[in-house]
Design a protein around this ligand. Sequence first.
Ligand SMILES: NC(=O)c1ccc[n+]([C@@H]2O[C@H](COP(=O)([O-])OP(=O)(O)OC[C@H]3O[C@@H](n4cnc5c(N)ncnc54)[C@H](O)[C@@H]3O)[C@@H](O)[C@H]2O)c1
Length: 347
Amino acid sequence: MNKIRIGIIGAGNIAQNSHIPAYLKQSDAEIVAVCDLKLDRAKEVAAKHNIQYAVGSIEELVAIDEVDAVSVCTWNNAHASAAIAAANAGKHVLCEKPMAMNVEEAEAMKEAAEKNNIVFMMGFTNRFRADSQVIKEIADSGKLGEIYYAKAGWLRRRGTPLGWFTDLSKSGGGPVIDIGVHAIDLTWYFMGKPRPVSVTACTYDKIGDYKTKGVSRWEALDTDNLVFNTEDSASGFIKFENGASMSFDVSWAINGKDTGIFSDIFGTKAGASLNPFTIYGEEQGYLMDSSPVIEPQDTFANEIRHFLDCIKTGEEPMASANDGVIIQKILNGIYDSAKEGKEIILD
Ligand SMILES: NC(=O)c1ccc[n+]([C@@H]2O[C@H](COP(=O)([O-])OP(=O)(O)OC[C@H]3O[C@@H](n4cnc5c(N)ncnc54)[C@H](O)[C@@H]3O)[C@@H](O)[C@H]2O)c1
């Protein structure tokens, strides 16, 4: 069988450290092209991995006939233009999170994917963790009963990324859109993806551009020209059509404990927490906590394997364009609620 030929759009950190290594592990995929605004970066990556084409624009990459599918790994402000151009050129799309800068862009991406009948998958990486898959299986089995409440989040004490992430015009937002997206999406997925109906939230920019010593942070490949005009923490509450609700707390910087990503779901029969992994149940009338014995897996390899399998089978990815749009509605609902100081009703 012919290999699936991949184009990488945006040759920065996540492309070089996660997407490219994960594709290289798959025997049925081959990276044939790479593009970056910085052509030298694209050329360097191409030379390192023996990739045939290195180009400096999205338009040039999607015009390459040999490309069957792309990974969109640019700053957030180019996700929509890259995904739509790729879809219109008939290429399948794996898009890094967040889907887009706003709901309008996300809906246009979904529409382009449907119109061109391509596979569109969201890079909701945390769904592809081995431990997440166990929680999902247990939640879907009904063992937790009705899931009526959940807590999601990720608090970093000092973990503001360096580079474009803090520049609203490139990122679309701060920790809500950067790491909140992971925690909220994962928890919503565990809950069985109920339809969100409203969001209430506050965002803060109280710590800002700190100079704390002795701590490390995620760095975009370019860390010059720094702008800081996003929030650095947020909290809020999401209500769903089925009566369930989710509270969330996220920060890049806050004067409290680092939590890592967390997701706690509460059901009528039992509860489940991702971090640390625990099922809070009952056995023989006793409260009983349990956790599985599972080996860690390469999450990005799982994600990219699923993308390739969906291309081969035509099956809808488990992180679909529709899921991306719904999560985008929640993310932008959070920002709208914080700005307007009121609950936002989602359609
Ligand atoms: N799934 C995860 O856990 C995870 C982790 C980190 C980052 N990300 C996401 O990956 C994306 C990239 O983040 P990063 O940390 O690699 O950033 P980065 O700055 O290191 O890399 C982005 C690259 O895209 C290039 N680029 C920007 N706009 C472009 C355009 N219009 N055309 C071509 N190239 C363009 C930049 O020059 C840069 O080389 C972001 O959307 C981010 O949210 C996801």
